[in-house]
Design a protein around this ligand. Sequence first.
Ligand code: PLP
Ligand code: COI
Length: 364
Amino acid sequence: MNKTKPTFDVKKNPNPVTGEQRELLLANPGWGRVFTDHMVTMRYSEDRGWQDWRIEPRKALDLDPATSVLHYALEIFEGMKAYRLPDGGATLFRPHANARRFRNSAERLAMADLPEDLFVESVRALVCIDREWIPSAQGAALYLRPFMIGTEVALGTKPSCDYIFCVIASPVASYFKGDGPAVTLWVSENFTRAAPGGTGAAKCGGNYAASLAAQAEGLREGCEQVVFLDAVERRWVEELGGMNVFFVFEDGSLQTPPLGGTILPGITRESLITLGRHMGLTVREERYSIDQWQEDARSGRLTEAFACGTAAVVTPIGKVKGRTHGFTVGDGKAGPVTQRLKAALTDIQFGRADDKHGWLDRLF
Ligand code: PLP
Ligand code: COI
């Protein structure tokens, strides 16, 4: 691991949002629409490496119209949160896991390697300068979006020589609108998300762009998220547009699709596998077909299902719809195992339970 500690050139926002305005925004932040006063930026060039580390007022990026990200989607990102602790302090959750995944995403897209410590220090620095923006309402947090774009001005299809790494922050409440008991999923039969050898395991903007036609179809059908099937046989459940998926069976066991290069290795997923096993539950990482899911939901063998991710936290799945599928999971509401796992995870993240696994990175 690279031990470089960046020294940021700090330029404080001369016109930050007033305390009063901020309180109003924090009272109802929605998801991903309110932003803090600052951002972190770093630049990379092939000959000089990472340099020009800055914390500065949040502002628009100035890009030449021939910049590579605008043409070939040379973009990767991460999603993580800073949580307000009961004593008024704040913590990150497993930031090095995000930093590692970011490096893997960069490698897959032939982008510049950003050492883990630079990534983590950048995120810590932004949260510290914008600490007043960490919400304290139940379940709310400061969402952090580190991302990197290729900035070489060239239209040739080749890896970029120049990059910008940037971190922005957004106070967020629940990802799903409304207070429905559970989300409804649309089974995407027309579109797949990722194929073997593709970029499914990387967190790159292109994956999300490619998922939006399916998401639009799902929204038209009254569904909140899309469940993607594998691209080869079109039968194995992979993941949702922006979250991993778990199944709970009547014997109390849990199952989640295995990582195999086509789904995102979620940090929430991995944490829940660990927490489930610590609770004494059997957790399998095995393939599960959409037809089996329907059959098990109808027979009662499957009792619960939930989505998980940084944005979604743990969200129960109530109904599944598609051109050739339609079923309700359990009673269509959050089941007991889902609720127990959600409580176990969020109690650690918000500092209400012992951090037995050493997952927290306390900031202040
Ligand atoms: N799968 C996809 C496609 C995602 O976008 C996300 C969200 O980041 C996840 C899974 C869950 O990953 P994590 O738990 O690391 O947030
Ligand atoms: C996250 O949970 O951090 C994500 O990136 C998912 C988001 C794209 C909805």
